[in-house]
Design a binder for this molecule. Structure first.
Ligand code: IPM
Ligand code: MG
Length: 357
């Protein structure tokens, strides 16, 4: 029996609904496979915890998470607490504290899902966006002075380090090399940002020399939005800074049909710490508690988690089950369907047990 310990942090809004759905699906996989066990422990950290204790997680939070094989995370954000408090109180301290520097965001159009540009003659897409996840525009450096006065100043400093850029470029080139097309696009903004972004470009070219079999090109981030929209087939693996990839991955999710299916893996490639897996969508308070949240992103990120844990067959089975269910048009309202979270989850569990999947 192979056993994996998983820390579940469902947190806010629809987070608890989609993480519970994911845990149901993992239990179904346990039954189907027979030789794998997921020992899941739930943590009640998040905005409700903040309202009671004044912090999003206890001060020894990271210490407590350290012993787990992986973290399964829902969403943070609540209407009555400022977003920067919830984000910097829970998710970012985990990503940065555990040096999960590679954020991996696959996008493809799942069967049965009608993408918004279907009538515009644009082609299929199958991408992986690699987001730098430890520095850049999210480094947290900056400050405020003269608050409230006319001369008030706010700075937000993006930090790029040679170590940080080199390691994310290597990760992206390696990933591109492992995919059939061996194609990488490096996103930049070195025309306007002439320091960190120029260094980013230089390091990309240096690392490229280590991967002669990978074809690569460079795109300015603004032009990249046009290429993603109008020439999606010209792209495969994409690497971008923390903020650029944040924005591009929402566009990618929308182009593939719904942000409700998009997963993300916050990876420590050196495996010193647990990696963290989460849906890209946020806490979506407008639909929280209604039972209609799309659980597909939470299933897809569970598949990423299984891959990372060294269970590629379980991961592939889960994705086949997800594709069988979307292909049968069992879809939540964000995808134009009428199914509930529970119905989609039950259908995926049935598909996991079906001999055809
Ligand atoms: C994402 C999200 C987060 C981010 C939010 C919740 C701060 O949009 O993972 O893409 O910007 O990193
Ligand atoms: Mg985002």
């Amino acid at each position: 029996m192979r056993e994996y310990s998983i820390a579940a942090i469902p947190a806010d809004g629809i987070g608890p609904e989609v993480i519970a759905a994911g845990c149901t699906v993992l239990a179904s996989l346990e039954k189907r496979l027979g030789d794998v066990r997921f020992a899941i422990e739930n943590f009640d950290w998040g905005s409700d915890y903040y309202k009671k204790h004044g912090v999003m997680m206890p001060s020894d939070g990271l210490e407590r998470l350290k012993k787990f094989d992986a973290i399964y995370f829902g969403a943070v954000g609540t209407p009555d607490v400022p977003d920067h408090i919830t984000l910097w109180g829970l998710r970012l301290p985990i990503c940065q504290g555990f040096d999960q520097y590679a954020n991996v965001r696959p996008t493809k159009i799942l069967p049965g899902i009608t993408p918004p540009l279907r009538n515009c003659g644009v082609g299929d897409l199958d991408w992986v966006i690699v987001r730098e996840n430890s520095e850049g525009e999210y480094s947290g450096h900056g400050g405020r002075a003269h608050r409230g006065l006319p001369e008030e100043v706010g700075t937000e400093v993006a930090i790029f380090t040679r170590v940080g850029v080199t390691r994310i470029m290597r990760y992206a080139f390696k990933l591109a090399q492992a995919r059939p097309r061996k194609l990488l696009t490096v996103v930049t903004k070195s025309n306007a940002q002439r320091h960190g972004m120029v260094m980013w470009d230089e390091i990309a070219a240096e690392v490229a020399a280590e991967f002669p079999d990978v074809t690569w090109d460079k795109m300015l981030v603004d032009a990249m939005t046009v290429r993603m929209t109008l020439k999606p087939q010209s792209l495969d693996t994409i690497v971008a800074t923390n903020l650029h990839a944040d924005i591009l991955s929402d566009l990618a999710g929308a182009l593939a049909g719904s942000i409700g299916v998009a997963p993300t893996a916050n990876i420590d490639p050196q495996r010193r710490f647990p990696s963290m897996f989460e849906p890209i969508h946020g806490s979506a308070f407008d639909i929280a508690g209604k039972g209609i949240a799309n659980p597909i992103a939470s299933f897809w990120t569970a598949a990423q988690m299984l891959d990372h844990l060294g269970e590629p067959e379980a991961s592939a089975r889960l994705m086949r089950a997800v594709e069988a269910v979307t292909g049968a048009s069992i879809l939540t309202p964000d995808l134009g369907g009428t199914a509930t979270t529970k119905e989609v989850t039950e259908a995926v569990c049935d598909a996991i047990h079906s001999s055809n999947v």
